[in-house]
Design a protein around this ligand. Structure first.
Ligand code: CO
Ligand code: ZN
Length: 324
């Protein structure tokens, strides 16, 4: 599975341009699911099992990126951020455009650090570069292993995609109809989750995504750590997790014999926030992968948490759905 995470995080796929990731995932699922389709927004929807209640698992394919807004006569490109990103992590970073054109992020001289912002930064993609307005670059970093930790760009949320692929492959039979949804455009406003959930009309929705941790020096207080198991979310900015879904997820963790943590995220959200308010409302929850340095080129997870999430989700979709 590490190899799959490496290929998925290495793929190019900013919001709205998820094609490469989608092709990769469709190839990985071939022969392991009952059917597969792509909707108008670019969500990849695969299904398996049934004929019971419809369970939608969602992980987003898109990653944050840099859309070129202007290129000057010397080839320096200004950009708009696709998704959200702190300018403080950018100076000297390498980025890559589709087709493989490399760029380095440089900055204008500023007198005071507080003057630094995205407007002062530019992408130096080589003189006379074939880079134009509307092109989108993403971070360029290969996956690295450091002990039990994995570090890569776009771990948010390709690690979730890898987990869903693994669930699809390992699931032999389920009483429920399981929809594995690889969503588009999460980073720009949970857009793919909204249309795919509307199309499916699930009885229950669970997003699988990364979440912050509170386990680094002088971190914001948060009861989530790397290596203590996947987290079952209670609340974030966009979602009050359905108590029945939460209970079912926690029971599934126990049944799978995998440790889990409870998560309260004060800033941020996931696809489940959009799924929950689709149609007449959908009971929704989230399984989170504790991740350090989210939205930087070096997002770090613990491999045991990833494996724990696969075990938890397999147990969840294999049991009769009970949200009481
Ligand atoms: Co994100
Ligand atoms: Zn995410």
């Amino acid at each position: 599975m590490k190899e799959l995470i490496g290929r998925l995080t290495g793929a190019y796929g900013p919001s709205g341009r998820e094609d490469e990731v989608r092709r990769l995932i469709a190839g990985e699922l071939e022969g392991h699911v009952d059917g597969c389709r792509t909707d108008a927004l670019g969500n990849l929807i695969a299904w398996k099992g049934g004929p019971g209640p419809r369970i939608m698992l969602a992980a987003h394919m898109d990653e944050i990126g840099f859309m070129v807004t202007h290129v000057d006569e010397n080839g320096f490109a200004r950009y708009a951020v696709v998704g959200s990103m702190d300018h403080q992590v950018l100076l000297g970073q390498r980025v890559v455009f589709p087709g493989g054109r490399m760029g380095v992020i440089g900055s204008e001289r500023v007198e005071k650090p507080e003057e630094m912002k995205h407007e002062k930064l530019f992408i130096d993609a080589g003189a006379g570069a074939g880079v134009g307005v509307g092109d989108v670059a993403v971070f360029h970093r290969p996956l690295e292993e450091s002990g039990c930790r994995l570090v890569a760009k776009a771990m948010d949320d390709r690690v979730g995609c890898a987990i869903l692929v693994e669930v699809g492959r390992r699931l032999t039979s389920a009483p429920n109809q399981v929809f594995l949804v690889f969503t588009a455009q999460e980073e720009v406003g949970l857009r793919g989750a909204r249309t795919s959930a509307y199309g499916i009309g699930p009885d229950c929705g669970v997003a699988v995504d990364v979440t912050d941790t509170g386990d680094t020096p002088k971190a914001r207080t948060m009861e989530v750590s790397l290596g203590k198991g996947p987290a079952v979310k209670v609340m974030d900015t966009y979602l009050m997790c359905h108590p029945g879904v939460r209970r079912a997820l926690e029971e599934s963790a126990a049944a799978a014999g995998t440790p889990f943590q409870r998560e309260v995220l004060e800033r941020g959200g996931t696809d489940a926030g959009a799924i929950a308010v689709t149609r007449e409302g959908v009971p929704a929850g989230v399984v989170s992968i504790p991740t350090r340095y989210i939205h930087t080129p070096s997002e770090m997870v613990d491999y045991a948490d990833v494996e724990g999430a696969v075990a938890l989700l397999l147990a969840f979709v294999s049991r009769p759905l009970d949200l009481s």
